[in-house]
Design a binder for this molecule. Structure first.
Ligand SMILES: Nc1ncnc2c1ncn2[C@@H]1O[C@H](COP(=O)(O)OP(=O)(O)OP(=O)(O)O)[C@@H](O)[C@H]1O
Ligand SMILES: [Mg+2]
Length: 172
């Protein structure tokens, strides 16, 4: 779908408070979610690192578009202007690993989790947060695991110095 059309659907979703699993994530259409960010840097980081991972074959939902807030003119004349930064991203129909009852399927999901994390290390991305059960979704129809929520992922310390406060947040 075209960017313009998707952006319009996002405006409608925000206007109608069409929340998905929580506030800040909107159901845009059957295959697209809109995730709201507090600022441009966070939105751009999640979009770009997600796109980089997707383009390099990591199993993540496809980031479709980075959407900036609407210009002031639209805000004045329209009642559904976007006031925040958003990313539009592929909607995954999946469950968390700890919600899988079948032991064989759960093992398969864990095996994929390990593989996808290894791919990220090969790409020199540190996927902070990835070990939490709510940071991946397993599509039981496709038998495919997707890593989600990339906002805490960091390029390797060599490319970008560690943020000590950030790394202390996670207790590995
Ligand atoms: N692409 C997606 N497809 C399907 N569901 C998703 C997708 N992205 C997020 N979700 C759902 O929304 C929840 C929150 O997503 P996400 O972790 O990206 O948001 P967040 O605001 O960064 O959360 P947190 O505050 O925990 O960091 C997920 O646990 C999942 O249930
Ligand atoms: Mg997050």
């Amino acid at each position: 779908m075209k960017r313009k059309e998707l952006t319009q659907q996002l405006r409608e979703a925000v206007k109608n408070r069409n929340y998905y699993s929580q506030r800040d994530i909107y159901f845009v259409n059957e295959s697209t979610l809109g995730k709201k960010f507090k600022d441009k840097d966070n939105a751009r980081h999640e979009f770009e690192i997600g796109k980089f991972a997707f383009d390099n074959g990591v199993q993540v939902p496809e980031p479709y578009e980075l959407i900036s807030p609407d210009l002031i003119l639209r805000r004045l004349f329209d009642n559904y202007a976007l006031k925040s930064w958003f990313i539009l991203i592929e909607r995954i129909k999946g469950v968390q690993i700890n919600q899988i009852n079948d032991e064989e399927i759960r093992k398969e999901a864990l095996r994929q989790l390990e593989t996808e994390i290894a791919k990220l290390f090969d790409l020199r991305i540190y996927p902070y947060g990835c070990v939490y059960p709510d940071k991946s979704l397993f599509d039981t129809t496709k038998k495919k695991l997707y890593l989600i929520d990339f906002e805490d992922w960091r390029k390797s310390p060599k490319d970008q110095p560690f943020d000590r406060n950030k790394s202390l947040k996670y207790d590995y």
